[in-house]
Design a protein around this ligand. Structure first.
Ligand code: ATP
Length: 401
């Protein structure tokens, strides 16, 4: 789980008993203010806004008692929340000791929280309709193993590091690798989402909210679901998973042009598509097809990313393990007959560090930002971050004459 910045130290106004008959009340307010900087690690909002803070009492020697209400029994974030609450309380000037009393929300309190997060009635609605301002990128490829998941994960982390609120839907049923790449698999166990009644809170890795089919199947079991079940699952991810207000949602699609790609096309026709290919001509052929299918469902292609390009050798030569030219070829084909040409966003070289970082759940855009592959991925992230949040389909407040 991501650690968060330590809450800033809040200064208690020095209050004498003459100025204010109840300085303990002022102290309790100062503690509450400090707690407004403690975020719930899963919901990523201040715990004070989520009504998770109960009574705060302070005695005349500065000993504070804080009541904390967790959403559910066994909440995986419990230890983090308790630790952060204690730190924030003790960081408040004048506080000499802190005791934290943890209880669980009542059914009514949970329902109120769900309503607060989802809106009136706590309705389960599609969070990423055309009116949403979230930029949605579906990452697709013609064939498997071209590095689509590795790039999706690293792009997401790079965007989150730029301060954007980012989520990933890992819809790669046959190779759900995002949790592993982003450190959510520990001792072979994939971190599961927390359920608050019918609301699912996605685990967070490196600041990115992640939901994956891999979190709902027994450890590493293969998924042999048919189209309708896959469709329902993707739909449920987009409705029941609480992502909050995202700037960017990335979808890691399975390779090819199968059921999931079509479901995503139907559910999110306003999503934009990033096509990943390798420099190999055979990969370029199938990558073009995945772009064409996306277009048929109304999705726009943002650009092509060529991955696994030439690896520089110590003697200065470049090892082109997968040949060259695949990215340019996909761009040429997808641009044919279009008003605006499809850009080649980057050519990302083969990189041992990129592969190794994926294996241990440590994305190289953070651990090794100067690796040539990181530099290329960060450049793509900067291009995506610079695009404004989606406005397609929004009714503009303009009255036609
Ligand atoms: N630029 C690169 N250099 C070296 N290794 C890479 C690079 N990109 C990806 N890899 C490695 O290639 C393998 C396949 O990558 P990844 O799982 O991301 O592909 P994918 O397209 O998502 O595959 P699938 O769709 O079949 O799951 C992984 O071991 C990954 O670490």
């Amino acid at each position: 789980m991501q650690s968060r910045t330590a809450p800033a130290r809040v200064r208690l106004r020095t209050v004498s008993r003459q100025d204010n008959p109840v300085p303990e009340v002022a102290a309790a307010s100062a503690v509450r203010l400090a707690l407004s900087r403690v975020l719930d690690p899963e919901i990523r909002k201040p715990i004070t806004e989520l009504d998770m803070v109960g009574d705060i009492t302070v005695n005349e020697v500065g000993e504070v008692s804080v009541g904390i209400k967790l959403t559910i029994v066994g909440c995986p974030a419990a230890d983090t929340i308790e630790r952060d609450v204690r730190a924030a309380t003790l960081g408040t000037a004048g506080v000499t000791a802190a005791s934290i009393h943890v209880t669980i929300m009542t059914r009514e309190e949970r329902a109120a929280l769900t309503e607060k997060l989802r809106g009136p009635g706590g309705a389960r609605t599609m969070q990423f309709g055309p009116e949403a301002l979230t930029r949605i990128y579906a990452v697709t490829s013609g064939k498997g193993g071209v590095g689509k998941s590795t790039l999706t994960a690293n792009l997401a982390v790079a965007l989150a590091a730029e301060g954007l609120s980012v989520g990933i839907v890992d819809a790669d049923v046959y190779g759900f690798s995002i949790p592993g790449i982003l450190g959510l698999v520990v001792n072979g166990q994939t971190q599961k989402p927390t359920r608050v009644d019918d609301m699912i809170l996605p685990p967070v890795g490196y600041g990115v909210k992640i939901i994956s089919i891999g979190m709902f199947v027994d450890d590493n079991a293969a998924v042999a679901w048919r189209g309708p079940m896959l469709h329902r699952t993707i739909q449920q991810f987009l409705t029941d998973v609480y992502f909050g207000d995202l700037d960017v949602l990335l979808l890691d699609l399975p390779p090819g042009t199968g059921d999931v790609a079509i479901s995503v096309g139907q559910l999110l026709p306003h999503a934009e598509v990033l096509v990943v290919t390798t420099p190999q001509p055979a990969a370029a052929d199938v990558a073009e097809r995945s772009g064409v299918v996306a277009r048929q469902t109304g999705q726009k292609i943002v650009g092509v990313i060529e991955n696994m390009a030439g690896l520089s050798q110590p003697d200065g030569s470049v090892l082109e393990l997968f040949g060259s030219g695949g990215g340019a070829e996909v761009v040429r084909r997808l641009s044919a007959g279009q008003d605006a040409p499809v850009p080649l966003l980057a050519s990302i070289p083969l990189s041992v560090a990129l592969r190794a970082g994926g294996d241990v759940g440590a994305p190289i855009v953070l651990t090794d930002p100067l690796d040539p592959a990181s530099v290329a991925i960060l450049r793509v992230a900067a291009q995506l971050a610079a695009r404004p949040r989606g406005l397609s389909g929004l009714k503009l407040p303009v009255t036609p004459r």
